[in-house]
Design a protein around this ligand. Structure first.
Ligand code: 5GP
Length: 120
């Protein structure tokens, strides 16, 4: 019998499947947005396509540009809803840049972002 390789579902897949709890601030057919468990700004949201197909923003841009555009529009709307409308949008891409969950997601940092730092 051939054993197929398995990959563990990421934390975001488990949140989308309601296997682990999260503070969900928005959900559409294709996107979910949650509060980051370890906020780095007064408002720190994660905007996540439900599809686990794309590891990072470049893969998403190449594979489904319309979904990337929807993700950016969602980030803007959430920054207006949860803060004053100004926001920093961060996509950590690769472990060396601080990515820890390899399911594409945007960090939306708002409500008083440290102007001197680009770190999330
Ligand atoms: P990355 O480091 O991959 O760019 O971002 C992953 C983010 O997911 C981190 O900011 C981390 O705090 C957040 N995170 C990790 N596990 C959980 C969790 O179980 N719930 C929530 N809400 N956020 C999480």
């Amino acid at each position: 019998m051939r054993v197929m390789p398995t990959t563990e579902p990421s934390v975001f897949e488990r949140i989308i499947a309601r296997e682990i709890p999260a503070d969900i601030v928005l959900e559409t057919e294709q996107i979910i947005a949650i509060r980051d468990i370890a906020p780095k700004a007064p408002v720190h949201l994660l905007v996540i396509p439900k599809s686990s197909r794309y590891r990072d923003v470049a893969e998403l841009a190449a594979g489904d540009p319309a979904l990337l555009a929807e993700l950016v529009a969602t980030a803007k709307a959430l920054a207006a809803e949860h803060a004053d409308g100004d926001y920093r949008l961060v996509f950590n891409s690769g472990a060396g840049a601080g990515q820890t969950v390899f399911h594409v997601h945007a960090h939306v940092l708002a409500g008083g972002v440290d102007e001197g730092s680009l770190a999330h």
